[in-house]
Design a protein around this ligand. Structure first.
Ligand code: PMV
Length: 338
């Protein structure tokens, strides 16, 4: 039995603009998906998903079995979850040159599903790592990231960016620009996440920004401005000491850029009433800055606050279903039990 875990992520800067070749800085956060894998002889895949922010389900497929899960959860969510696991299994079989390999897989995750925190990427990354290790064919984190991207690409019909999978596999802060993804130094940033209990439709939101950008020069300028502020944020991170707690000045400068980024994303039409309300609750509570994270339309906001103030204020905000501290995860995918 092999267990691996991988972190979710928030965008410090740059979502949406990254689609048009601007840089983005996602950061891995200490909320993990854990995947336990045990090879089985009969070629079947059996998955127990204890906590995917759903009620949990069990599903078996492969061989002669194709049992649909009996769960009290939206079919689309269950199908999406099994599709990601299926794609991760295909990558592990290919990497280990074991096309007939079967698995018992248990998934546990404390990353809200479909809310911009990279839950599917974390499951795919931890799944590929655990399954290849269980088959005695361990991969480097880079290779796990590459294969996890291929898996997401297959499930999402080519609509995947490398950000989520690379960030989850490598951990820490990451810089993504086009197909180039690399880790960058960052101090331990005090992220706080607010979750409205929902999520937006990434495809629709991306299409909305694309249409605005094509229609209005000022919308195209807005996207470029997101790129400019991301580069400014990168300069701040590069000048900081990655091994010490971030200074108040650094947090306040990063926070100012996050606030600006949220305003530009709102101008591009991807915020939501709930996200704006959570952003303001965080700012009022003394956060250095706050913004939506991911595609938007609903889901999560991320704020910077080393004190308990923002987490507590979000807990009491009507629009917020759950809030939690999610420190920068310096470690990406890792073995929990060999
Ligand atoms: O919601 P998420 O975590 O899948 O992030 C989407 C980020 C976008 O920039 C809007 C789209 C993308 O593929 O980069």
């Amino acid at each position: 039995m092999t267990t691996c875990s991988a972190p979710g992520k928030v965008y410090l800067f740059g979502e949406h603009a990254v689609v048009y070749g601007e840089p983005a800085v996602p950061c891995a956060v200490e909320r993990r998906a854990r995947v336990t894998v045990e090879p089985r002889e009969d070629g079947q895949v059996r998955v127990d998903a204890a906590d995917l922010s759903l009620d949990g389900f069990t599903v078996t497929w492969g061989g002669d079995v194709d049992e649909r899960p009996a769960v009290d959860a939206p079919a689309s969510l269950v199908e999406a979850a099994t599709a990601y696991i299926d794609a991760a299994v295909a990558q592990a079989r290919d990497a280990a040159d074991a096309p007939e390999a079967g698995f018992d897989i248990a998934v546990e995750s404390d990353i809200p599903l479909g809310a911009g925190l990279g839950s599917s990427a974390a499951v795919v990354v931890a799944g590929i790592d655990a399954a290849t290790r269980a088959l005695d064919a361990p991969l480097s984190a880079d290779e796990v990231a590459r294969r996890a991207y291929e898996a997401e690409f297959a499930v999402q019909d080519g609509q995947a960016s490398r950000a989520d999978t690379f960030c989850s596999a490598m951990g820490g802060a990451v810089r993504v620009e086009g197909d180039d993804a690399r880790t960058i130094d960052a101090p331990p940033l005090p992220f706080v996440v607010g979750y409205d209990g929902g999520g937006g439709d990434t495809g629709e939101l991306v299409a909305g920004v694309r249409a605005l950008r094509e229609e209005h020069g000022f919308a195209a300028d807005t996207v470029e401005t997101v790129g400019d502020l991301t580069r400014e944020g990168e300069r701040l991170l590069a000048a900081a000491d990655a091994d010490s707690e971030p200074s108040e000045e650094l947090l306040s400068a990063l926070g100012e850029l996050m606030d600006f980024d949220h305003g530009l994303l709102a101008a591009l039409g991807v915020s939501a009433r709930s996200l704006d309300a959570m952003v303001w609750a965080a700012r009022d509570a003394g956060a250095a800055g706050a913004k939506l994270t991911g595609a938007g339309g609903g889901g999560c906001v991320v704020a910077l606050d080393p004190t308990p103030g923002t987490e507590r204020a979000l807990e009491f905000a009507a629009e917020c279903e759950r809030s939690f501290r999610a420190e920068l995860a310096t470690e990406g995918v890792r073995v929990e039990a060999p």
